[in-house]
Write a protein that binds this ligand. Structure first.
Ligand SMILES: *Cc1c(COP(=O)(O)O)cnc(C)c1O
Length: 486
């Protein structure tokens, strides 16, 4: 059990008159507050704030910061989320005063440096994706999906094909895919997967027609498998006049090895907070730059960052553009970290990142396949999905029990119950930044957990501050602030 004091509320620690500082009395005449503020803004008594000495406050917040798990404190194999180590150097570069003190309304001439950085990042992403048109504006992967689908709708309208409103999405896709399609005003159709996790081509063929706008595909898919029928799928969709959208959340497996533009994608997003090591957790901030084929470039959001006559320019004169999708230029802080990451590894280092990510995942898969079922074969890309269905049948232990017990062993849990197509799914993504020792320790913990009595697992976690919250309620109705009762 951790120190109870860690969670003791500042209000419980409060003692009347205690202060962190004491200012000398004011020695210049000050007007009475009524002369400065409107009367209805004035309080008739002080706010009920806690009264504390500085060490109490520092301890409180420092302790609070240790109550959760993070990449900096624990192995974090959260599948699909690519929780790789966030290099600290990128943090200090992103906080250089010349970058953080910029104002987004400064004129072009005074911000050539950051415009150059963002322009170069656009070029890097174009090269990695094989898709020349880039916008850095979207604020997250899901936002990138929506932006690109809005562009697709605008493109078809411009082509006189506004009847193309159907977005086809495999059943193994991330929930953001259908959500983004609906938010872009399009209709969704679910495409079945076969038992091996690949797209059911027969089903796809029955759904493709002249109303097909986009086929959204995650490749490697959420089962950690590269879709081998990719070329055939692209041919089928393109022949029917549709576009291919690639959900790029799994780019960590193929950086510099395979380019989406070469395997059929017309549009895609990157998740720099995953693939390019931007810190993420607690929902953000992220970024969702999109890359598109040249025929879609006119529809990119504005303003755009261009290079004209040796100067970096913010341009808005793009008549076919879908317009602005975010204030200013996107989540610049995340983009700067991505830029530093890409420059650090370079063209030769990025494929190494992917090779190590794939190697680590395959090593874990090979060691775990005797403990849990791995329904999709003995080889994977950068992640794989294991299933606790058999353990559940045999011993009544669920994926959730295992996930919760892992917390007691000092490991963040894998993603559980996603993808929806695998019962008792545990989606494991070790990333390239973990050592063999860490991976071995994780396997050891899992094998011990699977031997433990069911009651122990049902009761887990016992070492964390919060045991098993109602996760749906916590997400839908979060209680994020303390409310004074008096
Ligand atoms: C993370 C993820 C997304 C959404 O990206 P955000 O940046 O969280 O909005 C979409 N698809 C897949 C497969 C993902 O893993």
């Amino acid at each position: 059990m951790r120190n109870r004091q860690a969670l003791q509320l500042l209000f419980e620690l409060s003692r009347p008159g205690r202060r962190a500082h004491r200012l000398p009395a004011c020695d210049v005449p000050a007007p009475p507050p009524e002369q400065i503020y409107a009367p209805d803004l004035l309080r008739d008594r002080p706010p009920p704030l806690p009264e504390l000495a500085e060490p109490d406050v520092v301890r409180h917040f420092t302790n609070l910061s240790t109550l959760n798990m993070s990449v900096d404190t624990h192995f974090y194999p959260l599948g699909s989320c690519t929780m790789k180590y966030n290099p600290k150097r990128n943090e200090s570069l992103a906080s250089l005063p010349g970058l953080v003190d910029l104002h987004p309304l400064q004129d072009e001439a005074s911000v050539q440096g950051i415009l150059q950085l963002l322009y170069e990042l656009q070029r890097f992403l174009a090269e990695i994706s094989g898709l020349p048109g880039v916008s850095l504006q979207p604020a997250a992967g899901a936002h990138g999906e929506m932006t690109a689908l809005m562009m697709a709708a605008a493109y078809f309208e411009h082509q006189g094909q506004s009847a193309r409103r159907k977005v086809l999405i495999p059943d193994s896709a991330h929930g953001t895919n259908p959500a983004s399609a609906r938010m872009a005003g399009l209709q969704t159709v679910t495409i079945r997967s076969r038992d091996d996790g690949s797209v059911d081509m027969d089903h796809l063929r029955t759904q493709v027609d002249e109303s097909t706008a986009v086929f959204m595909i995650t490749n490697p898919n959420t089962l950690g498998k590269f879709e081998r029928q990719m070329t055939a799928i692209a041919e089928l969709i393109h022949e029917a006049g549709g576009l291919i959208y690639l959900d790029g959340a799994n780019m960590n497996a193929i950086l510099g090895i395979a380019r989406p533009g070469d395997f059929g994608a017309d549009m895609m997003h990157f998740n720099p907070h995953k693939t390019f090591s931007g810190p993420h957790g607690g929902g953000g901030p992220g970024a969702g730059p999109i890359c598109v084929q040249d025929f879609l470039e006119p529809f990119l959001p504005t303003p755009r960052i261009d290079r004209i006559g040796g100067q970096y320019r913010i341009t808005t004169d793009h008549p076919l553009s879908i317009g602005r999708v975010r204030s200013f230029f996107g989540n610049i802080g995340v983009l700067i970290r991505a830029y530093c990451y890409i420059r650090t590894y370079g063209g030769e280092g990025l494929p190494e990142v992917s090779r190590h990510a794939v190697l680590n995942a395959n090593y874990l898969l090979a060691r775990l396949k005797d403990l849990l079922t791995v329904p999709h074969g003995e080889r994977c890309m950068h992640e794989f999905v294991a299933s606790a269905a058999e353990v559940k049948k045999r011993r009544g232990i669920t994926a959730m029990d295992i996930a919760k017990r892992l917390l007691d062993y000092g490991f963040h849990a894998p993603t559980v119950y996603f993808p929806l197509t695998v019962p008792e799914a545990m989606m494991i993504e070790p990333t390239e930044t973990e050592s063999k020792q860490t991976l071995d320790a994780f396997v050891e913990a899992l094998s011990q957990i699977l031997e433990e009595p069911v009651e122990v697992l049902r009761d887990a976690p016992t070492s964390t501050w919060i045991r098993r919250p109602n996760e749906v309620q916590a997400a839908r109705q979060p209680v994020v602030k303390w409310t004074a009762c008096s």
